[in-house]
Design a protein around this ligand. Structure first.
Ligand SMILES: Nc1ncnc2c1ncn2[C@@H]1O[C@H](COP(=O)(O)OP(=O)(O)O)[C@@H](O)[C@H]1O
Ligand SMILES: [Mg+2]
Length: 254
């Protein structure tokens, strides 16, 4: 096992019928690290995330979190929470009821739930709309509810599948920064799937580029942009259209 790895995916294979879509991948994520999985549509990002969350059957391989083999646990017994692209909120419930749902099913009493709920609503800046019905709030607010709902149960690893792709451009940029700052503040380990290269560069500690069910590259954005030799990866990332300054800040050259 990799020294101090917290999430450890080993030799994972997943098929749908006869179609092998995750072809023996291994990678590890450290505690408090944000890994972005990047790649074109169909390369296996969602399948990888779903394998970690326990939502699909795997052919072979093992998944460890904090040294525990979780490969055979149902999703509800895994120390993970997932934020889906489509939010997946419970309709006809208020914002705070959605956020505290995970505590309710764990049998936490109402007073504690409300207390924790308020804390997390404050973290995602939704305190003012705690009692609104989730159907009456905006897309950006729904995304924040989904994030707070995932984080309140204190998961060891938070999984996010293209969480910002339903938001308009400006909100997407704003939410990137918010997610990054919450992740750093709470020291959460995150696996964040996106097909948006700039989004990945702006929030990831490391990026992992997939293609046809394989990992082609994994590392710090700066190292991959400077040193990557794989032609597919360089092309996919459009490496030549970025400049990196002495502070390791990326600039897109138009
Ligand atoms: N439920 C499914 N049944 C059959 N094939 C699937 C299913 N989900 C995904 N696939 C196929 O598996 C491959 C990987 O899909 P996916 O993990 O969703 O990719 P990504 O999230 O990177 O777009 C694709 O070829 C896709 O068509
Ligand atoms: Mg996907």
């Amino acid at each position: 096992m990799l020294y101090n790895s917290y999430l450890d995916v080993k030799n994972l294979k997943v098929s749908y019928g006869k179609n092998l879509v995750i072809n023996d991948i291994s990678f590890a994520v450290k505690k408090g690290e944000l890994l972005c999985i990047l790649g074109e549509s169909g390369c296996g990002k969602t399948t990888t995330l779903n394998a970690i969350g326990g939502f699909i059957d795997i052919d072979s391989g093992k998944i460890f979190i904090d040294d525990e083999d979780i490969s055979n646990l149902p999703p509800s017994d895994r120390p993970t929470s997932t934020v889906f692209q489509s939010y997946g909120l419970f309709p006809n419930m208020t914002v705070i009821e959605n956020v505290t749902y995970g505590l309710k099913i764990r049998g936490i009493n109402k007073r504690m739930r409300v207390e924790e709920g308020k804390k997390f609503l404050d973290i995602v800046s939704l305190s003012e709309i705690a009692d609104k019905n989730v159907e009456s709030i905006s897309g950006g607010q729904k995304q924040r509810v989904a994030l707070a709902r995932a984080l309140i149960v204190n998961p060891k690893v938070c999984l996010l599948d293209e969480p910002l792709s339903n938001l308009d451009f400006n909100l997407r940029i704003k939410m990137r920064k918010e997610i990054k700052s919450i992740q750093e503040k709470l020291n959460i380990t995150m696996v964040f799937v996106t097909h948006d290269i700039e989004e990945a560069i702006s929030i990831a500690d490391r990026i992992m580029i997939m293609h046809s069910g394989k990992i082609l590259a994994i590392g710090k954005p700066i190292d991959i942009f400077k040193n990557e030799e794989n032609e597919y990866v360089k092309n996919f990332l459009n490496v030549s259209s970025y400049k990196i300054d002495e502070n390791n800040k990326f600039y897109k050259i138009l």
